[in-house]
Design a protein around this ligand. Sequence first.
Ligand SMILES: C[S@@+](CC[C@H](N)C(=O)[O-])C[C@H]1O[C@@H](n2cnc3c(N)ncnc32)[C@H](O)[C@@H]1O
Length: 383
Amino acid sequence: MTVTINELINHTYIDKELSAALDSTEAFEGPEKLLEIWFFPSSNGIPQSKGRRLTLRDIQLEQWVEILKLVKCEVLSIKSTSQMNAFLLSESSLFVYDHKLTLKTCGTTTTLLCLQRLFDIVEKQLGWDLRDGSKYHPFKVFYSRRCFMFPMKQRSIHKSWSSEVEYLNQFFCDGRSYLVGRNDQSNHWNLYVTETSKAEEYSSQEEDETLEVLMTGLDPNYSKQFVTNREINEHEDQGHLLGYNITKSTKLDCLYDNKTNANFTHDAFAFTPCGYSTNMVIDDQYYYTIHVTPEKGWSYASFESNVPVSKISLKQQDNGQVLNNVLGVFQPAEFCLTFFAKDGSSLNKLANVTKSIEHYSKRDKIIYDLDDYQLLYMRFERI
Ligand SMILES: C[S@@+](CC[C@H](N)C(=O)[O-])C[C@H]1O[C@@H](n2cnc3c(N)ncnc32)[C@H](O)[C@@H]1O
């Protein structure tokens, strides 16, 4: 599976002015805030309203721009497939399906401050009744993040986990908050998750697994691949061209063995003076997304994927091999991984495979049973 030059010209949307002018030279908070909202268990579960069935993908671009303004980030470009819209943002990514969305943003973005506007739009425009008294009850909500490197630089409620949880609890019923890993400044990960709406739980046929790998202390010989130092030129969109070149040279488009020849859609951007983001969509419905902050001192890269590796590779590959491919590109000094799965066997398999990651030693391993999901958290350090 490799990307082709066609990927540079078939965007659904592209902000050429923004793409040409983005620049950031200050210390950057790579670790992202990750919000995933399942409004319904599947697209089949979306109700009709006034004789029409509207979905998240009926929300217009101008409204996403307005929602993202509250988050303090902008849309660089969009790739659409038959089942989802993949937004590449000035600070990471947004994936919109008919019934669910994933918003991943880094830096000093204010992810949760878009919740009220998002639910207003969903309620008034799509006609979805998600009210539970003064709160909302979507099918499921996940909000997570690794501990920040520069917590005091964060804005508003994002300065502390407890104020983020307090804010989430104003919107949702039955939310639970976890501190996963060591209770020190730099080695933990936080999760907020709402209880699955029981009435709909068993109508969900959707298989779902998500692997995240959060890497720090990137090897400078490898992270320099993400430094381009391009000249800012208002008239040329070099960011997407250089992003494409980096994808090819690092082979980040070859992490999965696409044995089914499923459609592959790709969008990447190289920031200036450095930094890289990419969204890859496989089979029109699964994504993996990679974001890189290569600066020495606060280097960071994240990989997140909901690609069902065994289906896409016809059982030729597993998540352990994908993990090794990812580590090979960044060679981090440390990383933690989180893996959510409904099926305990893929989780156990990954937990066992990772016993033998070359050059790394396991420091923490934690498994949670979260009603319909199991969660594996592991942290490793280079030996
Ligand atoms: C590519 S973004 C991805 C963030 C992602 N969460 C991560 O760090 O892995 C961050 C990188 O791009 C660089 N960058 C340059 N201009 C930027 C901008 N306007 N907004 C965000 N990042 C920018 C940052 O300095 C950093 O190296």
